[in-house]
Ligand binder design. Structure first.
Ligand code: FE
Length: 350
C-alpha cells in the first residue's frame, strides 16, 4: 500500500519524530509472545508514557540464547516468556534483575510470581494464567474417572491417555506441581501409572492430543486451556468440529485445584532503561492492559480483581463462571523440574 502524506500531516510527523528523538525514551523488550493484540497493547503503553518499545521477537529458547550471548552488553530491558519452568530456569541462569514495585506486588498474587530474593526483590511476575486441563471423549470415558490428576494413573484409564513429551516445560511444570502436592515418592508412582496408561508414545503438541481424542486415537488428553479455546474460536470449521467433539474438565476441584501455569516476565539483568522497564511491567499489570494481554492467547488475567471476557474461556468454565486453581507458589513448581526430569527417566516416561 502506498501512503501519500498531505503537507500538514507530513510536517506533524516530522515534528513528532523530532520530539521522540529529543526525549530518547525507549524500552527494549525481548518477547516470546507474538500475538496480533500485543500491538494495541504496546501502542497503548507508548501513548500513555511516551516511551517507545523496541521489540525483539523470538521463542523462549531463542531469547535465553541471545541474552547469554550478549551478556552484560545486552540491550534487553524487559523479558517476557511463557511457562513457569522456563521463567524459573532463566532466573537460575541469572538473566533477571530482581526489582521492588509496590504496584506489582499489590496487583500480582504472591503465588504467581517468583520467590522474593533475600532483599525482597522479585525476578519475575505472572501476567496471564493458563490451566492444564483434561480433555476427554464422553462416549468412552466417565467424567468421574478423569476429574482429578490422580485418576489419570488409575487402571480404568489404561490405553486411553495422549500427552506431549513428559520433558516439555508444560509437563515439567504440571508434574512439578503434582510433586509439590503429593510428595516425591507418590508423584513418582503416579508418573509410572500415567505412563502405563498411555494410548501411544508421547508426540506432537497439545493441539495434537486434542485432535487425537476427536479422531478416536485416544480417549483422554492433557492440554493447556488456550489450545482448546483456540480451536473453539477458530475461523476454520474443522477446528471447531474438533472442539465440539471433546469434553473438558478442570481437575481437582474438590481438592488442591487445577494446575495453573503462567506467561510472565521481569526486568533484564543488564537493563540500561530500568525505570522504563518497571513502568512497562506495571502497565502490563493494569486492569486495561490485563484483559488485552490475556486475550491475546486466550488466557486468564492475573491481576487481582480483573476477570476475563473471553467467550471460549467462559464457555469452558460453564455456569459456575470460575474454577478452583491451585495456590502453591509457582516458583516452587519451577524449582522441582530437575527432580521431575530424574523421575521421568527412572520410570521411562518419554
Ligand atoms: Fe503453548
Amino acid at each position: 500500500m502506498r501512503i501519500r502524506f498531505k503537507p500538514l500531516a507530513a510536517a506533524l510527523l516530522v515534528a513528532s519524530s523530532t520530539l521522540a528523538m529529543a526525549q530518547q525514551q525507549v524500552v527494549n523488550l525481548y518477547s516470546a509472545r507474538h500475538y496480533a493484540t500485543d500491538e494495541a497493547l504496546y501502542s497503548g503503553f507508548t501513548q500513555a508514557t511516551g516511551i517507545r518499545i523496541n521489540r525483539v521477537d523470538s521463542d523462549d529458547a531463542g531469547i535465553v540464547a541471545r541474552l547469554k550471548a550478549e551478556g552484560a552488553a545486552s540491550p534487553a530491558d524487559v523479558i517476557l516468556m511463557v511457562d513457569a519452568a522456563r521463567l524459573y530456569r532463566a532466573e537460575a541462569d541469572g538473566l533477571f534483575l530482581p526489582i521492588r514495585s509496590t504496584l506489582l506486588e499489590n496487583a500480582i498474587p504472591a503465588n504467581l510470581r517468583s520467590n522474593a530474593a533475600a532483599d525482597g526483590g522479585i525476578s519475575w511476575f505472572g501476567f496471564s494464567t493458563r490451566a492444564r486441563v483434561v480433555v476427554y471423549d464422553k462416549a468412552r470415558v466417565k467424567l468421574e474417572d478423569v476429574d482429578t490428576y490422580e485418576k489419570l494413573a488409575a487402571p480404568v484409564n489404561k490405553g486411553k491417555i495422549c500427552i506431549r513429551s513428559g520433558s516439555h516445560p508444560y509437563n515439567l511444570s504440571l508434574f512439578g506441581a503434582v510433586t509439590q502436592h503429593m510428595g516425591e515418592a507418590k508423584a513418582e508412582e503416579w508418573l509410572k501409572g500415567v505412563n502405563a496408561n498411555l494410548a501411544r508414545a508421547p508426540k506432537g503438541g497439545d493441539t495434537d492430543q486434542i485432535k487425537g481424542v476427536a479422531a478416536g486415537e485416544c480417549a483422554i488428553a492433557i492440554t493447556n486451556s488456550y489450545y482448546l479455546a483456540r480451536l473453539m474460536r477458530s475461523d476454520k470449521a474443522e477446528d471447531r468440529a474438533v472442539a465440539e467433539k471433546v469434553s473438558v474438565v478442570f481437575p481437582n476441584q474438590a481438592s488442591w485445584g487445577t494446575h495453573l501455569n503462567i506467561a510472565g516476565g521481569g526486568v533484564a539483568r543488564h537493563a540500561k532503561n530500568k525505570d522504563n522497564a518497571v513502568k512497562l511491567l506495571e502497565y502490563l499489570a493494569s486492569p486495561a492492559a490485563q484483559n488485552y494481554f490475556a486475550n491475546g492467547n486466550n488466557e486468564w488475567p492475573v491481576a487481582k480483581g480483573v476477570t476475563t471476557d473471553n467467550p471460549a474461556l467462559k464457555a469452558m468454565m460453564g455456569p459456575a463462571g470460575t474454577f478452583k486453581s491451585e495456590t502453591i507458589p509457582i516458583g516452587a513448581v519451577g524449582a522441582n523440574q530437575t527432580k521431575v526430569q530424574q523421575m521421568l527417566d527412572r520410570v521411562g516416561f518419554k
